[in-house]
Design a protein. Structure first.
Length: 334
């Protein structure tokens, strides 16, 4: 069973192995606690900084210490998991080998018990400097921006498809008129049949947004009995405190620039470059009057931080910048 648990956490388990795992979980509370304990160790070891040889050694050593502490506690109970150190070596190796890329996230499974049925719930979690994509059970694709989390079942219902989003996600949904697709956030529910759209709802932001690229979506807001219909190239912004919403006509393709592995600006005005940078990093930008916004430049951004990019811009164009509370302030150099 230990091998199946490891495969499940790695998302390599077959359908039959998943069924064996669920049957084993139903057998006893001890089995459930054993699974939860190993899953927690897996999650605790998932914060992976850029890969170095020194980090690899430290990560493996720390992971083994976590497992040893876990085993020590479990020796006092009846549900002891003996081969954890062997599994720890495999898990640590996988975690270390996956480090260093731009698109790094964690897909973490959980088991939810509803009445007598065990339902597998997955979580795709992106860290501060991570972006990634997830293929959902119906073949739809979700891209997740940094500091975002998507919760979704291992298998969708025949009547509807529902996911829970925290942060920002871009979705390309497979059309299925018999099973509408719902994206839920703390502020809204987006209902689609088959379309592509971006949803942005970070807990620390004052607004939540939905931007439609293709197709049609209905948005349901708390306290509003009427659904709001969006058309392509429209963006809905909702004030979280007042509940007031606004719809604007936009170039929707600009709002999914972040799903690419790089941002290329070729001989464009500074005003355009700043606008794209704002969308790329998901930050607000305040540009002071007198800034040389008509000056043209070329720029490619990959994994650089906002500070690194604006230090470079200060060398190319006569500007000064500062960053405070996720707001970039730009002013002319005097």
């Amino acid at each position: 069973m230990e091998n199946i648990i490891l495969k499940y956490l790695q998302q390599t388990a077959s359908t039959e192995e998943k069924k064996q795992l669920l049957d084993w979980l139903r057998e006893s509370e001890g089995n459930k606690k054993t699974f939860s304990g190993l899953r927690d160790i897996w999650l605790a070891s998932g914060n992976i900084p850029p890969q170095t040889a020194e980090y690899s050694e430290n990560a493996f050593r720390q992971f083994k210490e976590n497992v040893q502490q876990y085993e020590k506690k479990k020796r006092q109970t009846s549900y002891r998991l003996r081969p954890l150190l062997r599994i720890a070596a495999s898990v640590a190796l996988i975690l270390v080998c996956s480090a260093g890329g731009y698109f790094i996230g964690r897909q973490t499974p959980d088991i939810v018990y509803r009445e007598k049925e065990a339902v597998v719930i997955n979580q795709a979690i992106m860290g501060k400097d991570s972006k990634g994509s997830v293929t959902l059970p119906d073949g739809s694709i979700a891209w997740l921006n940094a500091n975002s989390k998507l919760v979704y079942p291992e298998k969708f219902s025949d009547k509807y498809r529902k996911v829970k989003l925290e942060g920002e996600g871009y979705f390309e949904v497979k059309r299925d008129e018999k099973a509408p697709f719902y994206v839920e956030t703390n502020q809204m529910t987006v209902n689609v049949l088959g379309t592509s759209f971006d949803v942005k709802d970070y807990p620390n932001k004052t607004n939540s947004e939905t931007t439609l690229l293709t197709g049609k979506v209905e948005i349901h807001l708390p306290g509003n009995p009427d659904a709001i219909l969006l058309k392509p190239d429209q963006r809905l912004t909702v004030d979280k405190q007042t509940g007031v919403h606004e719809i604007k006509q936009v170039d929707a393709s600009e709002y999914i620039l972040w799903i690419n592995d790089k941002l290329i600006c070729q001989d464009e005005k500074l005003s355009v470059v700043l606008h794209k940078i704002k969308l790329w990093y998901g930050m607000e930008l305040v540009c002071q009057q007198g800034t040389p916004v008509d000056q043209r430049l070329s720029l490619t951004i990959r994994k650089e931080s906002p500070d690194e990019i604006f230090k470079l811009l200060e060398m190319i164009v006569p500007i000064r910048y500062s960053i405070k509370d996720d707001i970039i302030y730009v002013k002319p150099k005097k």
